[in-house]
Design a protein around this ligand. Structure first.
Ligand SMILES: Nc1ncnc2c1ncn2[C@@H]1O[C@H](COP(=O)(O)OP(=O)(O)OP(=O)(O)O)[C@@H](O)[C@H]1O
Ligand SMILES: [Mg+2]
Length: 247
């Protein structure tokens, strides 16, 4: 059980040439909290994950984890510290089995094979994929691959976990299972940042929501505050959600 972890992001700025992809973004997330990160396509959500996990260098601002400045550390060092993420475009190792993929994550904390295997099996059980352990990743459906990515990240025993559209393409039943899993991770003490376009899936489980639009944080609040925020409705939610909530 992890407890008392906090990720603090202050004034993070990222440019791609002339494009200001992240403009002075600040927020924090801590243990036992689900922070939803929403916003239109191209808003900068994945870029923010890349900046927080060392896959991209920021041009300004700081990222602190439990008081330590981890800005622009390498992805490996950040993951070792306990900050993990999934990828919007799945990155599983296609030619390996489900179990072997999860063991890749588990080796971070268990250099020896037998303990790594045990730890990976425990994670597969937790995410409901144990019966798929021996299937080659290439033969999984896309939703299963996304779930496998969550398992690979969990196997690194993170304190902060960032999920980039892990629920995309799921049936309503599968999305409900995924929501339940995210809730139980929160209840175990993880801090979660969840990027999702399916508002029906994310809003009910979010403790807090931040909204990015063209690289700028335009709102932060409870799900109730966010769905009734005129700026968020006009920038993103529009017909997608607000009307359904009102009706
Ligand atoms: N490596 C890169 N080089 C140049 N431009 C990039 C790069 N990565 C992202 N961008 C641009 O930065 C902006 C933010 O992209 P990003 O992928 O972070 O958006 P997003 O909010 O994750 O969108 P989506 O909801 O579609 O996944 C976009 O304009 C995108 O084209
Ligand atoms: Mg994205």
């Amino acid at each position: 059980m992890s407890s008392g972890s906090k990720l603090v992001v202050t004034g993070v700025t990222k440019r791609f040439g002339g494009l200001l992809a992240l403009n002075d973004v600040s927020f924090s997330v801590e243990s036992g909290e689900i922070l939803a990160l929403i916003g239109p396509n191209g808003a900068g959500k994945t870029t923010l994950f890349n900046c927080l996990t060392g896959f991209l260098k920021v041009d300004g601002g700081t990222v602190e984890f439990n008081g330590q400045n981890i800005t622009n550390w390498s992805p490996n060092k950040i993951c070792s510290l306990g900050v993990a993420r999934t990828f919007q475009v799945v990155q599983v190792l296609q030619g390996m089995t489900v179990l072997e993929n999860v063991m890749v994550g588990a080796y971070l904390r268990n250099p020896r094979t037998a303990p790594a295997r045990e730890s990976a099996i425990a994670v597969l059980e937790k995410v409901g994929m144990l019966q798929r352990a021996d299937v080659l990743a290439v033969n999984l459906t896309l939703p299963e691959k996304k779930r496998l990515e969550v398992a690979m990240s969990l196997a690194t025993q993170p304190k902060v976990l960032m999920l980039d559209e892990s629920m995309a393409g799921l049936t309503p039943t599968e999305a409900a299972e995924a929501s339940q899993m995210i809730r139980s991770l929160r209840d175990e003490g993880l801090a979660l940042i969840v990027v999702e376009h399916v508002m029906e899936a994310i809003m009910p489980i979010a403790d807090r929501v931040i909204v990015l639009d063209s690289g700028t944080k335009i709102a932060e609040g409870s799900p109730e505050e966010i769905v009734s925020n005129p700026r968020v409705i006009s920038a993103y939610l529009g017909d997608k959600y607000a009307k359904r909530v009102i009706n």
